[in-house]
Design a binder for this molecule. Structure first.
Ligand SMILES: Nc1nc2c(c(=O)[nH]1)N[C@H]1C(S)=C(S)[C@@H](COP(=O)(O)O)O[C@H]1N2
Ligand SMILES: [Mo]
Length: 162
């Protein structure tokens, strides 16, 4: 009997380890927002915390993908209100230290999202994740330009509100 129980627990072990790994990943900080914000300085976000915010999707083609892709994430305007951001510019830094300065007015007028999924799959670092700023390029031809592409930061690591 004990032997069977032990065997059964041993059989369950990989499943427990897998779910632990998933929940740890869900809780790991992947985004830090600092500067002119009222909620925690810095405000730190895991995938779990980002997914708890209102979700928004954009279906569009991009210069980096084949065909139209459905991106899922949080509107940068929603993220900014969540943390009480009150600056005029957002300086976005990527894992490779690429930086772009985005006027905060963009978040209201152009409705970009901080995407964490593409076609239902979490973005991995290899596919320019875990976070990728996506604008609704297809709906707004003026966004298919260098200005907006340069603001389309992938592998986003942190945001400084100035
Ligand atoms: N993380 C990261 N995002 C980035 C860049 C970068 O170097 N690193 N380059 C930006 C610029 S200036 C443009 S025009 C486009 C360029 O994309 P491409 O290099 O695939 O043409 O991505 C933008 N996002
Ligand atoms: Mo660019």
């Amino acid at each position: 009997m004990f032997r069977n129980l032990a065997a059964f627990l041993f059989f369950l072990m990989p499943f427990c380890l897998t779910s632990t790994a998933i929940s740890l990943d869900q809780d790991k900080t992947i985004l830090t927002v600092s500067g002119k914000i009222s909620a925690g300085d810095p405000a730190q976000f895991s995938i779990g915390k980002l997914e708890a915010l209102p979700r928004s999707t954009i279906e569009t083609a991009t210069p980096w993908h084949d065909g139209r892709v459905t991106f899922e994430g949080v509107l940068l305007s929603d993220l900014m209100s969540q943390i009480g951001a009150e600056g005029t510019r957002a300086q976005v830094t990527a894992l490779n230290d690429y930086r772009a300065v985005i006027p905060m007015s963009d978040f209201q007028s152009s409705k970009p999202i901080l995407a964490y999924k593409a076609n239902g799959q979490y973005l991995t670092i290899r596919d320019k994740g875990p976070l990728f700023i996506i604008y609704p390029y297809d709906d707004h031809p003026e966004m298919k330009t260098e200005i907006y592409y340069s603001r389309s930061v992938w592998q986003v690591r942190s945001i400084l509100i100035e």
